[in-house]
Write a protein that binds this ligand. Structure first.
Ligand SMILES: Cc1cc2nc3c(=O)[nH]c(=O)nc-3n(C[C@H](O)[C@H](O)[C@H](O)COP(=O)(O)OP(=O)(O)OC[C@H]3O[C@@H](n4cnc5c(N)ncnc54)[C@H](O)[C@@H]3O)c2cc1C
Length: 88
């Protein structure tokens, strides 16, 4: 039976970040995910902050990045949060 130092359950953003951090330490790491594909049950508005991209060490193509914008995010009860700063 294969042995691991760290087993991370769930390959959402948190699990992927944890597995990546674990792997960087040299720990033998296994990341397991129950969904057949990463997009199988993943609702998303497709918005990502510059900070998130930096943390994930992802460099998207420049023409898909909107540098200046704002957002208003509504909860089902119509409470909302206004985000004035997106991008740099
Ligand atoms: C409608 C909607 C729209 C959103 N839009 C955005 C957006 O535009 N931008 C943004 O940044 N965020 C958005 N979010 C928020 C974002 O989806 C969450 O913040 C993020 O997915 C949380 O990551 P997580 O790793 O904590 O959990 P999750 O993404 O939920 O990951 C957990 C993973 O663990 C897996 N898992 C659970 N149990 C097991 C098990 N027993 N064995 C194996 N695997 C298991 C699940 O299948 C899942 O893949 C949105 C959320 C919703 C609901």
């Amino acid at each position: 039976m294969e042995k691991y130092d760290v087993i991370v359950v769930g390959a959402g953003p948190a699990g992927v970040a944890a597995a990546k951090a674990s792997g960087k330490t040299g720990a033998k790491t296994l990341l397991i995910e129950k969904a057949p594909t990463i997009m199988a049950n993943k609702p998303c508005g497709q918005a990502t902050s510059q900070e998130t991209l930096k943390t994930a060490e992802v460099k998207p193509e420049p023409d898909i990045v909107l540098n200046k914008a704002y957002a208003i995010v509504y909860a089902p009860n119509m409470n909302y949060v206004k985000i004035d700063r997106i991008g740099s």
